[in-house]
Design a protein around this ligand. Structure first.
Ligand SMILES: Cc1ncc(COP(=O)(O)O)c(C=O)c1O
Length: 354
């Protein structure tokens, strides 16, 4: 069985097996991780190791903090505005699809939000070229969504915003490729796509951006408070952190982000080639902006879509239905999807169209 959902989605089998073997007794403690107080030495050792391993994967510069938080990336659309808009309350946003639009709508409750580039007129089928952006040099930050999970478009370059801090929602491509953290003011991601299970939101933030939050910011969602208190202002999502920690180790054992990036490219290229070489399938996304993790396409004969999905499910290729806002087919190829899963999908697609 291969799962192509947009998240929660497949986890690495090795990680599930380890979690299973440690379920009742973690490391001879007689406790499940789920039963540990978040302040206990045992859980602290798990969280500390996860923190160290994530720092290693990202080659984290010293002036950045990793915060293990809750709220989901959707929650942080508001929380980042509360934490970062500062005194002049102006920010720039790049609109490239469903999730960046939601980020914009949430931030608008808290400040003067400008859409400085958008691909809405063309149905979010591309990333607007940087030369078309009109950035505000007084903005507190510039926000973009590195990968639009619903629309299948992805930034394959890092925006240039001069002194304005760059903030990225990396929820659906976090740890799927190498990234230079020093180019960003802040990155944030929910865990349940490539790096764990629902409940954990990771915020990676440069220290000069802490401590400028609005007074209305809840203490537990105040980035400065969380950084000062080592993400322990309140009870952490302990089990989610444990699972993410296992996944960080799994990625390190695979060979790190360069290796993962190469594997993900190989999977995506194979599927896009199968789509482009078969006139029964059509991907409308501008080629240079196609996502390596959420591959969206349509059947030329859209009336066959439900049969396609049913036949795929019967073969154990599940959750291929596109996002409600976009329709069509979406194959999410996150880190845990093996190449054999993509090959099985391609074989099915070829049989289906013949
Ligand atoms: C790019 C992106 N941002 C934000 C979210 C929202 O994440 P959550 O549901 O964990 O709040 C999602 C969920 O799919 C997403 O894909």
């Amino acid at each position: 069985m291969f799962h192509f959902a947009s998240g929660p989605d497949m986890l690495p089998k090795e990680v599930l097996e380890q979690a299973q073997s440690e379920m009742l007794d973690w490391n001879g403690t007689g406790m499940s991780v789920m039963e540990m107080p978040f302040t206990s030495d045992e859980f602290q050792s798990i969280a500390t190791q996860a923190h160290i391993d994530l720092g290693l994967l990202l080659d984290l510069p010293d002036n950045y903090h990793i915060l293990f938080m809750q709220g989901g990336a959707y929650g942080h659309f508001s929380l980042l505005a509360m934490n970062l808009l500062g005194k002049n309350k102006q920010a720039d946003y790049i609109q490239t699809g469903h999730w960046s639009t939601r980020a914009i709508n949430e931030a608008r409750r808290y400040g003067d939000i400008s859409i400085v580039a958008s691909s809405e007129v063309s149905g979010f089928d591309c990333i607007p070229a940087q030369s078309e952006w009109s950035l505000n040099e007084k903005a507190a930050y510039c926000h973009f969504t590195s990968n639009e999970t619903a629309d299948g478009v992805q930034f394959h370059w890092t925006p240039e915003t001069s002194d304005v801090p760059l903030i990225a929602d990396v929820t659906s491509d976090f740890l799927t490729r190498n990234i230079d953290v020093s180019e960003y003011g802040m990155l944030y991601a929910s865990a349940q796509k490539n790096v764990g299970v629902a409940g954990l939101t990771m915020v990676i933030i440069r220290d000069d951006l802490l401590n400028q939050s609005m007074d209305i910011t809840p203490t537990v969602f105040n980035y400065g408070e969380q950084a000062t208190n080592n993400s322990r202002v309140n009870t952490l999502p302990t089990y989610s952190i444990y699972i993410s920690g296992l996944i960080f180790k799994w990625i390190l054992d695979l060979g790190g982000l360069d290796k993962v990036e190469a594997l993900n490219k190989e999977k995506a290229e194979a599927l896009y080639t199968a789509i482009d070489n078969d006139e029964q399938y059509n991907c409308v996304v501008n080629k240079p902006d196609r996502s390596t993790v959420n591959i969206c396409f349509n059947l030329q004969n859209e009336s066959m879509e439900s049969t396609f999905l049913k036949d795929a499910t019967n073969l154990g290729l599940i959750n291929l239905k596109g996002h409600g806002a976009r329709g069509g087919i979406r194959a999410s190829l996150y880190n845990a999807m093996p190449k054999s899963g993509v090959d099985a999908l391609i074989n099915f697609m070829q049989d289906f169209s013949s």
